[in-house]
Design a protein around this ligand. Structure first.
Ligand code: NAD
Length: 256
C-alpha cells in the first residue's frame, strides 16, 4: 500500500516508534529512522523487511538538527509522505518539585519537535496533494495523572496541534491525526514500573500489576505492533476523511 512512499518516524530506535516504522515498512514504505541508543539493531530490523532505510540522529530538542534531518530525508527520497511524530520522554514529580530543565526538555521533545517537523514536511505534502501526519500523543493528551505536569501539558498540546493541522489541510489529500496509547511496555514505562517496585518493595510482576490496575481496566498492555496497525490504517484510503481525530488505544483507560 505504501510502495514508493517514504515514512519518517521520530524516536524510532526503540519501543512504539520502532513498532510503527516496521509496520509501515511492511507496507512497502522506505523509512527514515531517528533516535538514540540501539541504532544499528533498529536499522537491521527495518532493513530486513526489504525497504530502504536512512538513519538521522537529530536531537528532537534542537530545531536546527530537525531541519537538517528533514533536508536529509528529502534529498535521499524526494519527500516525506508519512510523518510520525513519536519521540518522547517522561519525568515524574510534583509541580513544585519539577526540575525546570526537565519541563523544558519534555515540552521541546514531546511537543515543539512535532511543530518543527510538521511545518517542514507540509509544503511538499501539499504540493503532492497526499500526506499523512500521525502524532503519537497519549491518553495523557485526553486526561491527566498527578506528577506528570510537563508530559500532560505537552500531550494535550500535541492533540491541539493535530486538530489545527487537520483543519488547515482539510480540503487537501493531507490528513493529520493523533494516536493516544494507554500503557505500552517500553523502556519509558519499564522505568516507571522499576520506580514503583523500588519505592514499595515489590517484585517486577507485582509492580506491573499495580501500574496496570490503577489506570487500565483491560489489565493488558497495548503493543507497538497494534499501534503500528492503527498507523497503517491512518495511511490507508479508508482513512482519507479521518481528520483531527485523537484515537485512544488504551484498554478502556479514558472510558472510565
Ligand atoms: P521509548 O523510550 O521506548 O522510545 C523513545 C524514543 O524516542 C527512542 O527511540 C529514543 O531514542 C527517542 N528519543 C528520546 N529523546 C530523543 C531526542 N531528544 N531526540 C530524538 N529522539 C529521542 O518510549 P516509547 O514508550 O516507545 O514512547 C514513544 C512515544 O509514545 C512517546 O511520545 C511517548 O510519550 C508515547 N507514549 C508512550 C506510552 C507508553 O506506555 N510507553 C503511552 C502513551 C504514549
Amino acid at each position: 500500500m505504501l510502495n514508493g512512499k517514504t515514512a519518517l518516524v521520530t524516536g524510532s530506535t526503540s519501543g512504539i516508534g520502532l513498532g510503527i516504522a516496521k509496520a509501515l515498512a511492511r507496507q512497502g514504505a522506505n523509512i527514515v529512522l531517528n533516535g538514540f541508543g540501539e541504532v544499528e539493531a533498529a536499522r537491521a530490523e527495518v532493513a530486513a523487511l526489504g525497504v530502504k532505510v536512512l538513519y538521522h540522529g537529530a536531537d528532537m530538542s534542537k530545531p536546527a538538527e530537525i531541519e537538517d534531518m528533514m533536508q536529509a530525508a528529502a534529498s535521499a527520497f524526494g519527500r516525506v509522505d508519512v510523518l510520525v511524530n513519536n519521540a518522547g520522554i517522561q519525568h515524574v514529580a510534583n509541580v513544585e518539585d519539577f526540575p525546570v530543565d526537565r519541563w523544558d526538555a519534555i515540552i521541546a521533545i514531546n511537543l515543539s519537535s512535532a511543530f518543527h517537523t510538521t511545518r517542514l514536511a507540509l509544503p511538499a505534502m501539499k504540493a503532492a496533494n497526499w500526506g499523512r501526519i500521525i502524532n503519537i500523543a497519549s491518553v495523557h493528551g485526553l486526561v491527566a495523572s498527578a506528577q506528570k505536569s510537563a508530559y500532560v501539558a505537552a500531550k494535550h498540546g500535541i492533540v491541539g496541534l493535530t486538530k489545527v493541522t487537520a483543519l488547515e489541510t482539510a480540503t487537501t489529500g493531507v490528513t493529520c491525526n493523533a494516536i493516544c496509547p494507554g500503557w505500552v511496555l517500553t523502556p519509558l514505562v519499564q522505568k516507571q514500573v522499576d520506580a514503583k517496585a523500588a519505592a514499595l518493595g515489590l517484585s517486577n510482576e507485582e509492580a506491573t500489576k499495580l501500574l496496570l490496575g490503577e489506570k487500565e481496566p483491560s489489565m493488558q498492555f497495548t503493543t507497538p505492533e497494534e499501534l503500528g496497525e492503527l498507523a497503517v490504517f491512518f495511511c490507508s484510503p479508508a482513512a482519507n476523511n479521518v481528520r483531527g481525530a485523537a484515537w485512544n488505544m488504551d484498554g478502556g483507560w479514558v472510558a472510565q
